[in-house]
Design a binder for this molecule. Structure first.
Ligand code: FES
Length: 111
């Protein structure tokens, strides 16, 4: 057993070359492989912050990677709150990182 990644050309199973997938992350092109999750392609592009929290603006990214924590929410093709770790990247997907502001308290409310 080895920890190194086997190049697909040397794989005894002889898989075909992975088809490339190109998405944009905040308008910047990012390339991955067909079948890869959006989170994988986004992380490979060097983006670690997928969203910011509403209250403190703290950065969030992939935490669990299995669809439980909701820290990887992004906007995909105009649809908000998509868990990037649970969706496969499709060619042409436009991903936007999220930040939600809390609604302002009505005038006169003492918080
Ligand atoms: S990383 Fe936890 S839901 Fe996606």
């Amino acid at each position: 057993m080895t920890s190194r990644i086997l190049p697909f050309q040397n794989d005894p199973i002889k898989p075909t070359a992975p088809a490339p997938v190109t998405i944009t992350v905040d308008g910047v092109p990012a390339t991955g492989a067909m079948g890869q999750s959006l989170a994988g392609v986004i992380l490979a592009s060097g983006t670690l912050r997928f969203r910011r929290t509403s209250v403190h603006g703290a950065p969030r990214g992939v935490f669990c990677g299995i669809g439980v924590c909701y820290d990887c929410l992004v906007e995909v093709n105009g649809q908000r709150d998509v868990r990037a770790c649970q969706r496969r990247a499709r060619d042409g997907d436009a991903v936007v990182t999220q930040h939600d502001e809390l609604p302002a308290a009505p005038a006169g409310d003492a918080a």
